[in-house]
Design a protein around this ligand. Structure first.
Ligand code: F6P
Length: 367
């Protein structure tokens, strides 16, 4: 098949490294004589004529280090979920795809974009997906770009909290993102020297965390740092929700950090404060690791297109970048295995996860 033009779009929440993928796609496609069209605001770019623009190599020069996405994004842009207003949006997208003369599409996104891309793929749209999320929770790939940047930022924040916590003999609770997965909390908690790490995969009992903090105090520690994932929940409760899910949109999580801080203050008698890092974890420049991973993903996406391998997602399987069928990854989430070596190592160092595993590590206190 002769291929002269492809489309590229970014969907879902942004993640540092999106621009690096766009740049890699545009530059490598162009070097194969293929023109790139940038579709703005995810699949909405296939619905309105003014949201499409040609991307030449000179248009992507200098964007490698930039956060966000030059194409814009949305996590509300599912053409398959556009209510009952009489329009057949998926068919309109497919028609527009062909009218634009596109031979293939690179969809860069997370679980939501994967699901939409999978449906279009089943309807015959030749596409490949590049996985993106700071949450690092997509199956089939060892890592997603954006995660390293988010962990780096959260680690720096925790570093800064140590000194003020110590000065005031306080418990500092840091709430990080991650949705239903605890990857960011686990990595930033370990990298930042947290004393307790609460993740969705391990329901917590705050009495255990309080005992741990009290024991640290007895041993002379002036402060404790608790890192909590936004999706973490107590053994007898559920995650803290800001806005419940509706019309196909996921619930917005948040607020657990403040709850944990208030409860720990009651249980320990030690003053506690909470900090929610929120979208600061998604903004800003990607780390060099994320720039390289994103660039490799973009290059691989174009390689797949040149080989006519559609309906696939690029994936990081060190030392290689491979691809996996969308069928194998759609609708699935990669959670932290509770026996992961990093979890075991953290426990061995005396870090509490607020569960019975603390008893097994009896006598081990992170001081
Ligand atoms: O999936 C990435 C993520 O940042 C999650 O960690 C978080 O729960 C969610 O997106 C926030 O999304 P929004 O942009 O809708 O606030």
């Amino acid at each position: 098949m002769s291929l002269s033009r492809i489309g590229v779009l970014t969907g879902g929440g942004d993640a540092p490294g999106l621009n690096a993928v766009i740049r890699a796609v545009v530059k490598s496609a162009c070097n194969h004589g293929i023109e790139c069209l940038g579709l703005e605001d995810s699949f909405d770019g296939l619905l309105s004529p003014d949201r499409v623009r040609v991307l030449r190599p000179q248009d992507v020069t200098g964007i490698l280090r930039r956060g966000g996405t030059i194409l814009g994004t949305t996590n509300r842009g599912d053409p398959f979920a556009h209510g009952d207003d009489g329009h057949d949006y998926p068919t309109r997208c497919l028609e527009r795809f062909h009218d634009l003369g596109l031979g293939a599409l690179v969809a860069i996104g997370g679980d939501g974009t994967l699901a939409i891309a999978h449906k279009f793929s089943l309807r015959g749209m030749p596409l490949v997906v590049v996985p993106k999320t700071i949450d690092n929770d997509l199956p089939g790939t060892n890592s997603t770009f954006g995660f390293d940047t988010a962990v780096g930022f959260a680690t720096l924040a925790i570093d800064r909290l140590h000194s003020t916590a110590e000065a005031h003999r306080r418990v500092m609770v840091v709430e990080v993102m991650g949705r239903n997965a605890g990857w960011i909390a686990l990595y930033a908690g370990v990298a930042g020297g947290g004393d307790a790490i609460l993740i969705p995969e391990i329901p917590y009992d705050l009495r255990r965390v309080a005992e741990h903090i009290a024991e640290r105090e007895r041993l002379g520690a002036r402060s404790s740092i608790v890192v909590v994932a936004e999706g973490a929940a107590p053994t007898d409760g559920s995650p803290s929700v800001v806005t419940p899910g509706h019309e196909g949109r996921l619930a917005r999580l948040g607020g657990v950090g403040a709850q944990v801080a208030a409860a720990l203050e009651d249980l320990t008698g030690q003053e506690a404060r909470s900090v929610r890092l929120g979208h600061l974890q998604r903004g800003g420049e990607p780390t060099s690791f994320d720039r390289v991973l994103a660039t490799r993903f973009g290059g691989k996406a174009v390689e797949l297109i040149l080989d006519g391998e559609f309906g696939r997602m690029v994936a990081n399987r060190p030392p290689d970048i491979i691809s996996v069928p969308l069928d194998d990854v759609v609708g699935r989430t990669r959670l932290v295995p509770t026996d992961l070596d990093l979890v075991r190592t953290a426990r061995a160092l005396g870090i509490s996860f607020g569960d019975a595993g603390q008893d097994k590590a009896a006598g081990l206190v992170n001081c």
